[in-house]
Design a protein around this ligand. Structure first.
Ligand code: FDA
Length: 501
């Protein structure tokens, strides 16, 4: 079998992978990026690259026959999801026994589908989660570097106060204030200058056109427009798409061997490829990287991997919920899809929660306040490879720790505002708290446990992890800025110490 080789290979093209690709390319190291999803640069029949949330088509989801949006229903009616043709669409929902995980698929990974919230964690909580990392250096060097490269910006407060598109946030802020709770603006990688032009009618609508989770056609600085564009610009980086790496082994000379399946638009494997490299960077995300490593340990191709590979996984305490407002508290028919505000009760040591105020953009007034709560759930689970599949031993009881914490906070908000929960949003039977899915899979190859203090995988040399699997299950805020900054820290160290000729 022909082996195509490069000095460095990066698996995946999300945040951690994109940082690795750029910094390798800048160091003059020829690098191949292997991504299982599509390159999203070609318009469909409607002239757009991505479909919106109101009219999802095959581009929406990764090989499904029906969309699986986080909100399953409205007034218990199955009006949200639509039948689609199986296709390598941009959003995947991966199902484990008691937890399903949303991930992006394509060049840019999660940056293609996410809500753009670019939040730096509380320094004290970062230090608690990463006791071996030099926190001062993270906050003086790597977080600023990550934010600058990602293109983080903030909403103009005056525009926020006046625009109909954020009335939903202002109503939730008022209800938080009535409860004695603090709210805070969250930065974003969505260009607020562009959004203001959307509102003024001088730019094509994206965030104001119900676009999010299935991709944004305009306005969002996803990785293909930041780190990956810069990586390609070095002239040293190549990206292969629609190829899923499934096997990793080590050749007798110490180099890495990869096996990848190239698929077509129907999902059929059309070619199995072999790759070789000296330096291997894993950036397949918490699920992708954990799968490759637990599989390699279980099948014996990388037997020296540490026992902690696969462990330390958590859903960042995610819980989605809705509240029903009084008739006079309208949330607006027009809602931006990009959240810009959160209720910050993390300092409440009895029940730490950070709840982002989420939009529900249906084009109709519905009086619903929606939230994605991030709770400080200490529960963790582990991945394993069994019967040819990745398994995760997260239990429903572990999820109820998250929803219990969300309930404690939102019971207070409801009581202070004499409001109630909505129970019609998450399918039948009725449920108030959606604690069985996450947008924020974290862990599986935790920094300092399965790797050294810089993401070098224990037991092997020249094998690195740069993605969300390094984060120990919870970081208290939306995670991509943390993942990016940690990857910057890893690359600075690896390029200084490991790759010198
Ligand atoms: P990421 O998941 O981004 O990338 C992994 C890539 O590797 C994918 O493209 C995948 O296809 C590919 N891959 C995996 N295995 C492979 C294999 N074996 N071979 C080849 N390719 C492989 N976060 C945040 O901070 N703010 C926010 O607003 C949001 N909002 C949000 C909304 C939604 C709907 C989702 C799904 C997620 C978010 N997130 C978020 C979470 C955020 O997007 C997430 O934490 C990061 O994308 C994770 O970055 P990683 O680098 O770990 O992997």
């Amino acid at each position: 079998v022909a082996v195509e080789s490069a000095p460095a290979i990066v698996v995946g093209s999300g945040y951690g992978a994109a940082v690795a690709a750029l910094r390798l390319g800048q160091a003059g190291i020829r690098t191949l990026v292997i991504e299982m999803g599509r390159l999203w640069n070609t318009a469909g029949a409607d002239g757009k690259v991505f479909c919106n949330t109101a009219n999802p088509d095959q581009r929406s989801m990764w090989f499904k026959t029906r969309t699986e949006a986080p909100l399953a229903s409205f007034l218990w009616l199955d009006v949200v999801n639509k039948d689609i043709n199986p296709y390598p669409g941009v959003l995947d929902r991966v199902h484990f026994a008691n937890m399903s995980v949303f991930v992006g698929r394509g060049v840019g990974g999660g940056s293609l589908v996410n809500g753009s919230m670019a939040v730096t964690p509380l320094q004290s909580y970062f230090a608690e989660q990463f006791p071996t990392v030099d926190t001062a250096e993270m906050y003086s060097t790597y977080f600023p570097r990550a934010r600058a490269m990602l293109g983080v910006n903030t909403i103009d407060p005056a525009w926020f106060e006046s625009t109909e598109w954020y009335q939903f946030s202002r109503v939730s802020r008022k209800h938080a204030a009535n409860t004695g709770l603090k709210t805070t603006f969250v930065p974003s990688v969505y260009d607020f200058g562009y959004m203001q032009r959307e509102a003024a009618g001088t730019a094509v609508k994206s965030a104001l056109g119900q676009e999010v989770i299935y991709g944004n056609n305009y306005g969002k600085k996803s990785l293909d427009k930041s780190y990956l564009a810069a990586a390609l610009g070095t002239g040293n980086v190549t990206i292969h798409t629609m190829e899923k790496v499934r096997g990793i082994s080590r050749a007798s000379d110490g180099s890495w061997l990869l096996t990848a399946d190239r698929i077509d638009a129907t999902g059929a494997v059309v070619e199995t490829k072999q790759y070789g490299c000296t330096y291997l960077f894993l950036g397949g995300g918490s699920l992708g990287t954990s799968e490759l490593l637990v599989r390699a340990r279980q099948t014996g191709t990388l037997p020296a991997l540490d026992a902690s590979v696969g462990a330390g996984w958590g859903p960042n305490g995610n819980v989605m919920l809705g509240r029903a407002n009084h008739l006079w508290d309208t949330v607006g028919a027009n809602q931006s899809t990009m959240p810009v505000m959160g209720i910050d009760d993390w300092a409440n040591t009895d029940n730490p929660v950070f709840a982002e105020i989420a939009p529900l953009p249906t084009g109709l007034e519905h009086w619903v306040s929606l939230y994605l709560a991030i709770t400080k759930n200490p529960q963790r689970a582990a991945f394993s490879w069994a019967n040819g599949a990745l398994n995760l031993n997260w239990s429903a009881a572990q999820s109820s720790v998250s929803s219990g914490m969300a309930k404690k906070l939102f019971d207070r908000i409801n009581s202070a505002n004499t409001t109630v929960y909505r129970s019609d949003l998450f399918g039948t039977p009725s449920r108030t708290f959606a604690d069985d899915f996450t947008y924020h899979p974290l862990g599986g190859c935790v920094l300092g446990k399965a790797t050294d203090n810089y993401g070098r995988v224990k037991g092997y040399s020249k094998l690195y992890v740069t993605d969300g699997s390094l984060v120990p299950g919870n970081i208290g805020v939306n995670p991509f800025v943390t993942i990016t900054a940690l990857a910057e820290r890893t690359m600075a160290r690896v390029l200084a110490e490991d790759t010198a000729p």
